[in-house]
Design a binder for this molecule. Sequence first.
Ligand code: COI
Length: 402
Amino acid sequence: MGLVKESIRYERNQSPRLVDFTDPLGFARKATNYVFVMEYHEDAWQNPRIAPYDTAIAQLGLTAMSAVFHYGQSIFEGLKAFMQPDGEVALWRPDLNAERLNRSVRRMSMPKIPVEETIDAIEALVDHERAWVPNSEGGRSLYVRPFMFATTPEMGVKPARDYAFVILVSPTGDYYPSGLQGIDVLIQYSDDPSQITRRTCYGGTGEAKCGGNYGASMQAVETAKSRGASQVLFTGFKDPNKTGRYEEYLEETAASNFYFVTREGEMVIPTWDGTILRSHTVICLEELASGGYLDISIRREHVSLKQYLRDVQEGKVTEAGGIGTAAVIGPITGHVFQAFSPLQIGYNVFQDGQRLGIGDGQIGPVTRRIREEYIALQRGLRGHIERDKEYHHIVPKRRRSL
Ligand code: COI
């Protein structure tokens, strides 16, 4: 048995709030009563505990000098627990999150946590808060947000010596209020690549799930909102096929990976090359498709912005969407341009503020089918998935001492 299972302590919340599933649940809006906390001091993780939500962070004794407030050593994860038809609660592939967490901490010079310890910690909190797991209708779940940040009160620019690892949970529904209606997504374009807002770049932190990537995306997302779009499709100025010609290539949105569907029904996802987060939903879809659990063909490809827009315009792209834990598989039904220079695609010249619709403007049949099937699998409506991977990680009921 590891640290978490051996020595976890439970602290009582003296003024718990009532379980609240009031609709619309939205994305992680409601606090529950407890969080998991453990601390890293003197080169070791220690003192794992389930502590009251309202006071747990204050008890860490953060001060104005705490490193997290200054140099951005802060990473997070996101996964979901689903109520199963037999009343058990199952985490969906927590191993992928525990492994990615360690990729992120490596990039940010933070301390690793053994994969089993992260899963034990998640299990312990979800078990303790199981009353907050909603029924899984429509894909509702308990969202689980593990995060780690630097706590050492020192102002030198160097990796901190002390950290906190915290997990919170929150009952969750659709990420976008528009649900299945689809969203518009902003695309920035300029002849001058220095004018485009980047989320990250080669050699940056794009693969790490660090707070800074999300902070860096917000200015463009605000621009998108001011133009009636909900998100941004970030691009990278690259030459991934080593042709000697740099141009804008599709990356991802601020809150999820991106995909589109071809007229032939194939799903195309921009290749991960260091600037895109390694989405677990993408990994799961590929595994499920190759295992015969999902009927979809998926292709990874470096996709140039101009080629993509040409294909949308010519009807070769029939659907697009966001793909990720929070967004699941959600439709994108159009692009709005922020064009610093006119953008010529075929015979059309797109100007600043113009919109390009995708398909017929509704959720497409492939997106609908894959989304419904994926959620049904997560909810356990298709039985247990028999593969070498444990898709439904049943949360054991523990005896606890309060
Ligand atoms: C998730 O999909 O879990 C994420 O972490 C995206 C989030 C930033 C909304």
